[in-house]
Design a protein around this ligand. Structure first.
Ligand SMILES: NC(=O)c1ccc[n+]([C@@H]2O[C@H](COP(=O)([O-])OP(=O)(O)OC[C@H]3O[C@@H](n4cnc5c(N)ncnc54)[C@H](OP(=O)(O)O)[C@@H]3O)[C@@H](O)[C@H]2O)c1
Length: 312
């Protein structure tokens, strides 16, 4: 069977570049939106050129030029958007409404995967301000997709390993200490950690799979469902040393947000919901959704222990 053709929007980003690689590795004809605004960003240009050498096609376009988006979309069957959505870097989730307008006009897309790849926004109706903006914006995008009757798959990737494991689940840290760690609350709430290349590979597997059509796909690799304490234990075993532990109670954590920059507050609220409330694991997957490691057992995902070895 012929493999579907894929357009990656945001292809030079933290996750996007991994999706391009996974798409090429799986043998899809892969297109990348080459935005005019990249200009003389030498890192992005060089990355795009290297993807071209690996067989990808670069398609010129811009979010400020509707017809350029329509033209790019008409070349493919599937559009995957990985536009930025982390406030401390950049947050452009609502720009996807322009992409949706273009997908509607093009009329040929068999599947659209919007930039989600985190906590399922549909479960975050009660999220705290200001962190809820991420979920609210992602829900606005979902509504536009569904109103336009565009076939979709939503990827709920849970915690990117690099962000969460690197810092032993402590916000503001991405390298693990060999001396001490601050536990969020009792450190016992379970979260789910997924290596970013694995997220990309699971995502690519879903794009032509009828089982994932108009569904949310949760990424829950069973060995990677762990509490902060369990992550710390794995690290302690690897370094052969026990860390000094302190803990920050919920009220103190929330009070510490006052006076911080808006972008920092957004990120901290996300940690709050994951680590104090267990928002990634406090529900069973229903009939309207599927789980990726069950669908694709052939993917040998990276376990937390394997991942942590990179920090030794
Ligand atoms: N679950 C987690 O732990 C976690 C962690 C991080 C991110 N995420 C989610 O993953 C998704 C991707 O995030 P990311 O960190 O990979 O994003 P990123 O690297 O910050 O940015 C991705 C791409 O967004 C595009 N972009 C940025 N500003 C733009 C603008 N003004 N106009 C048009 N395009 C723009 C760029 O595309 P070009 O390549 O075209 O320049 C950029 O490469 C988001 O939905 C985010 O919420 C989840």
């Amino acid at each position: 069977m012929e493999k579907c053709r894929v357009l990656v929007v945001g292809g030079t980003g933290y996750l996007g570049k991994r999706l391009v690689k996974a798409s090429l590795a799986e043998g899809h004809e892969t297109y990348i939106l080459n935005r005019a605004e990249i200009g003389v960003d030498i890192d992005k240009v060089q990355m795009l050129l290297s993807f071209k050498e690996q067989g990808a096609h670069l398609v010129s376009g811009s979010f400020t030029d509707h017809q350029s988006l329509v033209k790019a979309i008409k070349l493919v069957d599937v559009v995957i958007c990985t536009i930025s959505g982390v406030h401390i870097r950049s947050h452009q989730i609502l720009l996807q409404l322009k992409l949706i307008d273009a997908i509607k006009e093009a009329g040929n897309v068999k599947r659209f995967l919007p930039s989600e790849f985190g906590t399922d926004p549909a479960r975050m109706e009660d999220a705290l301000e200001p962190g809820r903006v991420t979920f609210d914006d992602k829900m606005i995008v979902r509504k536009a997709i569904e109103d336009a009757q565009i076939p979709f798959t939503y990827i709920s990737a849970n915690c990117f390993a690099g962000y969460f494991l690197g810092g032993l689940c402590q916000p503001g840290k991405i390298l693990p200490s060999r001396d001490s760690v601050v536990l969020l609350g009792d450190g016992n709430k379970k979260a789910i950690y997924v290596e970013e290349d694995d997220i990309a590979m699971y995502t690519i597997k879903t794009i032509d799979d009828p089982r994932t059509l108009n569904k949310t796909v949760y990424l829950r690799p069973p060995k990677n469902i762990l509490s902060q304490r369990e992550v710390v234990e794995i690290w302690e075993k690897l370094i052969g040393k026990e860390l000094q532990k302190s803990s920050i109670p919920k009220e103190e954590f929330l009070a510490s947000l006052k006076g911080l920059e808006y972008a920092e507050q957004v990120g901290l609220i996300h940690y709050y919901h994951v680590c104090y409330e267990g928002c990634l694991t406090n529900f069973e997957i229903g009939n309207d959704a599927v789980e990726a490691s069950e669908l694709y057992p052939e993917i040998k995902y990276t376990t937390v222990e394997e991942y942590m070895k990179r920090y030794l």
